[in-house]
Design a protein around this ligand. Structure first.
Ligand code: ADP
Length: 304
């Protein structure tokens, strides 16, 4: 079983001809609403690939909260520990997607996600102790992420997203990294974590290998795939060749699929290939959760 402790948001998505500069107004297209949030996306990504998934999270005491909880349940995610926070609004993400390139910019209003407290991890019974993989991100309070990592009985996978650039965040994260087995940053997050510029793959590998704590670091590299850094060795696992229309949730698809493969006790390099396939497919459809692929789709791309 995979436990996900993380965020649940409603995504409000608008296609744009180009991203607005500060002070600029851009006329976008039709607004779409989808279930989202890094935690929920990763939970659904793993569930669609056939994993048993339990989620620990908070929604607001509002209609969107009811909707998002039901959406997770429909995907087969155990939502017993997804509760409504009185007096809080459900988290929302405002997402602009470039019509030409599929590139997105996102503003998150976390709402009820900020109420997910360390004691809620303990209150979720033995779910974290029993999970073979616990999957974490940074869209809920840092103390909660740390408690979840401490209570986890299996492999701890941390996606340090969204990136936090401040010094305090970097200090917080050092303690957390000691409890993390597999760290999955993208390039921006790795740069923020290490305080380094990462002009090329060599710098990316050096930065990943400089991190103390995790036994492996998997850096996602967009269309270049992912770099697996483990015990001083570095392996570039290439991306699948697809035509991306919307890269929202590519990283979430990657993390969910990686957790799924690790829960099936697959070797890490094979799990990264599986994750590249799921993430590539997620870029070929618009939206976050609607774009997450099924097991059959991933197996087909992998040529199985
Ligand atoms: P994030 O979405 O978190 O910024 P990346 O951009 O690194 O993360 O993408 C995550 C993963 O999605 C990559 O490691 C890769 O497997 C897949 N991916 C992203 N963009 C593409 C693309 N253009 N073609 C194929 N795969 C892609």
């Amino acid at each position: 079983m995979i436990a996900v402790v993380g965020s649940i948001n409603l995504d409000l998505v608008v296609p744009v001809p180009h991203h607005p500069l500060p002070g600029e107004t851009v006329l976008g297209g039709e607004l779409a609403e989808h279930p989202g949030g890094k935690g929920a996306n990763q939970a659904v990504a793993a569930a669609r690939l056939g994993a048993q998934v339990a989620m620990v999270g908070r929604v607001g005491a509002d209609a969107d909260g009811v909707r998002l909880r039901a959406a997770l349940e429909r995907e087969g995610v155990n939502v017993r520990w997804v509760l409504a926070e009185q007096g809080a609004r459900t988290g929302r993400a405002l997402i602009a997607v470039d019509r030409e390139t599929g590139e997105n910019t996102i503003v998150v209003s976390p709402g009820a996600n900020t109420a997910l407290a360390p004691e809620h991890c303990a209150a979720s019974g033995t779910v974290l102790r029993d999970a073979s993989v616990t999957l974490l991100q940074q869209e809920v309070p840092a103390a909660t992420v740390e408690t979840a990592a401490r209570l986890a009985g299996g492999t701890v996978l941390l996606n340090p997203a969204p990136a936090r650039e401040d010094q305090a965040a970097r200090a917080d994260l050092r303690d957390l990294l000691d409890m993390v087995d597999v760290l999955v940053p993208n390039r921006t997050e790795l740069a923020a974590l290490t305080g380094r510029q990462l002009p090329d793959l060599h710098a990316v590998a050096e930065a990943a290998l400089s991190l103390r704590g995790p036994s492996a670091v998997v850096v996602t590299l967009g269309e270049d795939g992912a770099l697996l850094c483990e015990e001083g060795a570095v392996l570039l696992v290439p991306a699948f060749d697809v035509l991306p229309v919307d890269t929202t949730a590519a990283g979430d698809a990657f993390c969910g699929a990686l957790a799924c493969a690790l829960a099936e006790s697959r070797p890490l390099h094979e799990a990264v290939r599986h994750a590249n396939a799921a993430a590539a497919l997620a870029t070929t459809l618009p939206g976050a959760q609607p774009s997450l692929p099924t097991r059959d789709e991933v197996e087909k791309l992998l040529g199985h």
